[in-house]
Design a protein around this ligand. Structure first.
Ligand SMILES: Cc1cc2nc3c(=O)[nH]c(=O)nc-3n(C[C@H](O)[C@H](O)[C@H](O)COP(=O)(O)OP(=O)(O)OC[C@H]3O[C@@H](n4cnc5c(N)ncnc54)[C@H](O)[C@@H]3O)c2cc1C
Length: 408
């Protein structure tokens, strides 16, 4: 009998989890390593620097294939309206859906996805060994090895896996090991902006949590004069997750507000977004907790060397304004599952086909994310016609998605 393949998956973000489950479902053994703690038992350290995921239909096959789609939808909030609120409180409201019911967008908190996947992975105790609080370093491509630092400080060198997947995000240590390989190309760009997470908390009523603002709505508050943009996405529990875009440095920047203190920040918020006066009763607390994530895009290639394979943000990462990053990664996980069925454990064929299909698409997604960011920042302000352009591009994304989808 042929020995079952054993794989190492380095990083338990959404991609690492989904990939591990896909492999286990096909009978392979997986060792999953994650530097953070178990999201089911502790709060992870990325609180207040994330924003919700905008989920589109293209993410669904991956969830369906690993048996979590119903739960994902149960903990998501459907959005069927887009509301743009200008500074003088003029509002524009548009229907927010694609050509069919199927192309509604959903909003989902990153923490909830992590929890659903962390729970699902426990259904495979025979096949998946999860190691939380273990940090990977010292990746050696030529020796197919890497070091694992355990929470007690012990360092262990691991090797002997049939394949090793770098699912360790944009700052991937696996990808760093690729830098020394001739022919590897890499481009990472920061655009000088970042986003931080705030919240409009649910109104707690006797009959259950109520939204403080209109339900099922994707809110946008563009503010060109101060180079800022705020958006709001609903959660299933009545909270609205807020993303606030700020410059990294300079006037009205994250650095400026953090160093000038809460009063300066609150004054700015009340001036620019007057509704926050009553919608964010917890602003001081949020100000103290909030952290900035820099907006970055990154592309590289090839994604495979030796028996190391990059997947997810470690392979390519988009400006989140295209709303394609997470959705695109889930589509890639679905493709990997299909390729595993097609080529079984022949990773030479799987990697080649995966790269040939997804590299051009991911490069296109990078361009689209940047274009979308400019559109939102510079065009989404004054005139309804510009809003319509934005709407057409962003919310008819299903059309765009179909064009670049691997199975179109
Ligand atoms: C904190 C955070 C917030 C984000 N917020 C948003 C958002 O609001 N909207 C959006 O569209 N996208 C966001 N993203 C990006 C989005 O999550 C990714 O595009 C998507 O999740 C792809 O996931 P991934 O699994 O490839 O990478 P990630 O989600 O980045 O997961 C990588 C995992 O690898 C782990 N890891 C990294 N280095 C090591 C190491 N040396 N050893 C062990 N483990 C390691 C990390 O802890 C992490 O759990 C965010 C990413 C992060 C990390």
């Amino acid at each position: 009998m042929e020995k079952p393949q054993t794989y190492a998956v380095l990083g338990a973000g959404p991609v690492g989890y989904v990939l591990s489950i896909s492999l286990a479902l096909r009978g392979y053994n997986v060792e999953l390593f994650e530097k953070r703690s178990d999201p089911l038992t502790t709060q992870q350290s990325d609180e207040w620097r994330s924003t919700n995921f905008l989920l589109f239909q293209r993410a669904f096959p991956a969830f369906r294939k690993i048996g979590v789609l119903d739960e994902v939808l149960q903990f998501s909030a459907k959005m069927d309206k887009l509301k743009i609120i200008l500074k003088d409180l003029d509002e524009f409201e548009l229907n927010y859906k694609g050509k069919s019911q199927e192309t509604f967008a959903y909003s989902m908190n990153r923490k909830e996805i992590q929890k659903i996947l962390a729970k699902r992975i426990k259904d495979f105790p025979e096949n998946i060994k999860v190691n939380y609080n273990t940090s990977i370093s010292n990746v050696k491509i030529d020796q197919s090895s890497f070091d694992v630092k355990h929470s007690d400080g012990r360092v262990e060198t691991k090797s002997g896996y049939d394949m090793i997947f770098g699912t360790d995000g944009i700052h991937s240590v696996v990808k760093e090991a690729f830098f020394s390989i001739p022919g590897f190309s890499y481009l990472r760009e920061y655009n000088g902006y970042g986003y931080t997470e705030l919240q409009i908390p649910a109104f707690e009523a006797a009959e259950g949590n109520q939204f403080r603002v209109q339900e099922k709505t994707f809110f946008h508050w563009p503010r060109k004069e101060v180079d800022t943009h705020m958006w709001g996405m609903p959660n299933y529990d009545g909270n609205i997750n807020i993303g606030l875009i700020l410059k990294i440095t300079g006037e009205y920047s994250f650095e400026y507000f953090k160093s000038s203190g809460f009063e300066v920040f609150q004054k700015f918020m009340f001036e620019q977004f007057p509704e926050t006066r009553y919608l964010m009763p917890n602003m001081k607390d949020l100000y103290e907790k909030c952290q900035l994530t820099r907006i970055a895009s990154m592309k590289c290639g090839p994604w495979r060397y030796g028996n190391f394979q990059l997947i997810g943000d470690s392979a390519h990462c988009q400006n989140p304004f295209g709303a394609l990053g997470f959705n695109g990664h889930m589509e890639e996980c679905s493709l990997i599952a299909d390729l595993l069925d097609k080529h079984e454990s022949n990773w030479n064929q799987i990697s080649d086909e995966f790269y040939a299909i997804r590299k051009p698409i991911s490069d296109k997604m990078n361009e689209y994310g940047e274009a979308q960011f400019s559109l939102m920042k510079y065009k989404l302000f004054d005139e309804q016609i510009q809003i319509m352009i934005f709407f057409k591009l962003h919310f008819n994304q299903s059309d765009f998605m179909i064009q670049i989808s691997y199975n179109a």
